[in-house]
Structures are given as C-alpha cells and as structure tokens.
Design a protein around this ligand. Structure first.
Ligand code: ADP
Ligand code: ZN
Ligand code: MG
Length: 487
C-alpha cells in the first residue's frame, strides 16, 4: 500500500528577553540574564523569589514600551487595556508556584511578519504578543540539582504564530527574522546561547493538500537555530513513521536532546486547564496610553527586510550582500552613511564594508568590535574611496591607508600625505615605465610577440618600483604604447 505524501504544519511560540535594566515587578537587575558568569542567586529579592506575603512592585514601564514597539513592527493590534494572569504550576525553579503572564487579555493580537525563504516571501500570521516573567533556572552539578533564581522575574515578550509554517527551514527563517527585527528595534538582544531567545515548536503533519490539522506535539525550549531545525525535521520524520505504521500521533511534549540528536518524551501534553489560569489579583490592568505608544514608536527604523530589498533595488547589490549589510542596524547605518558621502558606486562601498570593515570587526585580536567606535568612520571611508575615485590614491594602496587610519586616527587624506602614498603623476609614471623597459629587454621582446605573461611581469616591476603608488591601469597602457613604438 502506498501512503500519501504528508505536509508539515508548524506554529512557534517564541520567548524573547526584553532589553530592560530591571526585572518586571521588582528593582533587581537583569544583568545576570545577559552577561556571562554572574554568580547564581545574586540578583534576587523577596519579590522575585516569592517570599510569603510580598507584593509585586508596579509594572516595569520600559518592558511595556518595548513589547508595544515589537507588536507594532509586527503589525499587531495593540490593546489599550490588557491584564495579567497567574499560570500555576509546580517546579523547583519557580519559587512563587506561578508565573505572571497574560493569558485572557494579551497586550496585542493578530499581526504578521514577512519572511523570505529561497527567494520566496511569505506572511506568517501572529496570534498574539504578550508580556510575562521568566522563571529561574535549574541545573545539575556534582550529582545534585541546583537552582539559580537570577532569571526569576526577568521580563519576556512571547510571540505566538499561527500554524502557518510548512518546513523546518521556514520555522528557522521566521525565528531569524523576528530576532533581527527585535535587535533592530532595541527590543531584545536575541542571544540564543544565553537563553535570551527561546523557541517552542508545535508540529503536526497532514496529507498534502488537505486542510484539516493533524494532532500536534510541542518541542520545548529550543535555544539555537540549528537545534530548532534539527528538532523539527526529526519530529516530522517521527510523525510520518507513526502514521505510516498505522499508529496515531499522540499529543505530547518533547524535550530535544541536542547531543543525541533525538527528542525525548517530557510529558503527556498538559492542557490550559492544568495551569488553572486566573487573574493576578495584586496587579492593576496594563494601560497602553498615548505616551507609551509615542515612546514605542519613537525612532522606529525601517525594518531589516525592507532595507535589504531597498539595497537590491536602489543600490543594485547582490542578494547576499544586501542580506549581510542589512543584518544589523549599526552596520547598515554605517554602510548607508558612507554611500551618501561617496561619489562612486554603492557597490564599491558594499565591497569595502563587507571585506575590510567586517574583517576588522570580526577579528578577535584587535580592540575594534563596535562599528560605532571605529576610527575609520563612514566619513573617512567615503573620503578614502573618493581619493581612489579621483585618482589621488591607487587602488592597491587603499587597504594600506585604511590600516593607517585605524592605527593613527588620521584622516585618509592626512595619512596619504604623511606616508607619501599619493598616486604618481603622469611624468613619474612614464619615468618608471621607461626604467622598467630598459632594465628587462627580454620581457620587452616577448611582449612584442604578444606574450601576456611578459607584460604582466613588466607591470609588476613598475608597480614595485613605484612602491604601489602608480595606477596599474595607466602603467599597462603606457607599457603597451612604449613596447610598440620602441624599436
Ligand atoms: P495550545 O492551547 O495547545 O497551547 P494554541 O492554540 O495556543 O495551542 O497554539 C499554540 C501554538 O501551536 C501556536 O503557535 C499555534 O500556531 C500552534 N498550533 C496549533 N495547532 C497546531 C497544529 N495542528 N499543528 C501545528 N501547530 C499548531
Ligand atoms: Zn527581585
Ligand atoms: Mg499555548
């Protein structure tokens, strides 16, 4: 018997830590959740560790502003009034016995995010965007379970998609896009390694072309793009095997074992009723008033995908150049400011930023890791490229000047002058060419009979004589002319 082809149906629940200084309902610092090696249980207080009888402090306004900003960028309806619920469950790293979240009336609903996978774009609908607090963390060390409460009460935004994704690759693309948007908006760091961005994937399959949903399973807490893709692909396979063997898919919760590359049954699926959600009695409603809206919308930048597309259309960049330059806002801003000040083609700037500038930023052995503090500012980079454009500096020496500017902080113009790197004038170039011709008659002879290698050898000698200052194109022209006129 042949079984029908199946198509996957995937919906994601993504938790992103909001970029706030303090926790959601107390004054404790969120530092431990974004900085490595902070000693456990050092950023805690009676509120976030749920001592009996304590009350939450008023809601962190910054967290609301950031979540509203993200919701707006994702085309959601932001509700002027929402409220908090308790999600009750017992867990060692949840000292209060409940998590404060928004269940019945979330901050925002019904949006969408556009993604691009292999050149095809797709709108992924969002069910909701809401605020909640993080629980703590438990880990096993020396044979015992330990609990670190530094994360307790750290503000999260949860984004829940509709079941609109149809492959592991699309799920990863969505998560990447959401992360990129969050980082553009200064809403989150999206550092998956630190657990600042985590993803639960809901997966089901159905016969291709049908529209009834199959039973879904949920894979919990995926904390890297690779695990996300691997886990979803694994689960799709597993469900197919089940159905093909004539068994049913059970509604379960799965924990991904990243070392073994397999999912493990975590629990039979709990239902909403198991959490006994109820209204948090100690907190008033969340009001998104005009001032919160205004703060959320202030400095809302052009979104990354729009920017990436503009680079292709307006600047004629390749897809991969555009994607790489638009990935992070500071670099994209750097690139565009340079383009604005440069007289030549934006493609030249793209080439320089992707190579020289990004190499410097990615080089772990130097002190430059922030494009905004680079001595080679956009104005300087434009100046450097303009020097080449106006034939004041040879293409060959431009990287050397780039290096000098980084080392000395001089302007490119000043560096060229101080180091004596300016392009040779016509007279000097001609003198150099003549010297080369006199010194290597053999190559000249071979050149006359059309030997390209010999010509390149002569060009190389001239460039060496000029210490790279000559314009290689002009040297080639002059050599060709001279070889032919001289006897
Ligand atoms: P639950 O009540 O079980 O948490 P929700 O309706 O809240 O389910 O949906 C949770 C997530 O699961 C959402 O991202 C949603 O898109 C996704 N989802 C719902 N049904 C399916 C399905 N049949 N297959 C895959 N994902 C689904
Ligand atoms: Zn606290
Ligand atoms: Mg749910």
């Amino acid at each position: 018997m042949t079984t029908p082809p199946y198509e996957p149906v995937i919906g994601l629940e993504i938790h992103a830590q909001l970029r706030t200084k303090s926790k959601l309902f107390c004054a404790c610092s969120t530092e431990a959740a974004s900085v490595r090696d902070v000693p456990p249980n050092t950023h805690i207080c009676p509120i976030c560790t749920g001592h009996p009888g304590v009350l939450p402090r008023p809601l962190n306004r910054r967290a609301v502003v950031l979540a509203v900003r993200l919701a707006n960028a994702c085309h959601c309806t932001v509700h002027p009034v929402s409220d908090f619920d308790r999600k009750n469950y017992f867990y060692a790293d949840l000292p209060k016995g409940y998590q404060i979240t928004q269940n019945h009336r979330p901050l925002a609903t019904d949006g969408w995010v556009e993604i691009e996978v292999n050149g095809t774009s797709k709108r992924v609908r969002l069910h909701r965007v809401h605020l909640e607090e993080d629980p703590g963390k438990s880990k096993r060390e020396g044979g015992v379970w330990l609990v670190d409460m530094n994360r307790c009460g750290v503000p999260l935004v949860e984004v829940v998609t509709a079941p609109d994704l149809s492959s592991a690759a699309e799920a990863a693309a969505f998560t990447r896009e959401l992360r990129r948007i969050g980082r553009y908006l200064d809403v989150c760091d999206g550092n998956m390694e630190m657990g600042n961005l985590r993803c639960d994937a809901n997966v089901s399959i159905r016969p291709a072309g049908t529209d009834q949903f199959g039973t879904k399973t949920e894979i919990k807490n995926l904390n890297s793009f690779r695990f996300l893709e691997e886990a979803i692909a694994w689960e799709i396979e597993r469900q197919q095997d089940e159905l093909r063997a004539g068994r049913a898919v059970e509604q379960i919760t799965i924990l991904w074992d990243e070392h073994a590359g397999v999912g493990r049954l975590m629990r039979e699926k709990e239902s909403a009723a198991d959490y006994r959600y109820f209204r948090e009695p100690n907190l008033i409603n969340v009001h998104v008033d005009a001032q919160v809206e205004a703060d959320a919308l202030a400095h809302l930048p052009e979104l990354p995908l729009a920017r990436q597309r503009r680079y292709v259309e307006e600047y004629d960049l390749s897809q991969s150049d555009a994607a790489q330059l638009a990935e992070e806002r500071p670099l994209a801003d750097y690139f565009e400011t340079t383009v604005a000040a440069f007289r030549g083609s934006p493609k030249r700037v793209a080439h320089w930023v992707r190579n020289q500038v990004m190499n410097i930023l990615n080089d772990e052995d130097n002190e430059f890791n922030d494009v905004n503090t680079l001595p080679m500012t956009p104005a300087y980079l434009a100046e450097l490229l303009n020097l080449v454009e106006s034939k004041t500096l040879s293409e060959t020496l431009a990287p050397q000047v780039f290096q000098k500017v980084l080392e000395t902080g001089l302007s490119p113009q000043a560096a060229v002058q101080r180091e004596g790197l300016a392009l040779t004038g016509e007279d000097e170039t001609l003198q150099i060419v003549e010297r080369v011709l006199r010194s290597d008659p053999d190559s000249v002879q071979q050149c006359r009979s059309g030997n390209e290698k010999a010509l390149n050898r002569l060009i190389g000698q001239a460039m060496r004589l000029s210490k790279g200052r000559a314009d290689a194109k002009r040297v080639r022209q002059l050599l060709q002319e001279q070889v032919n006129v001289q006897p």
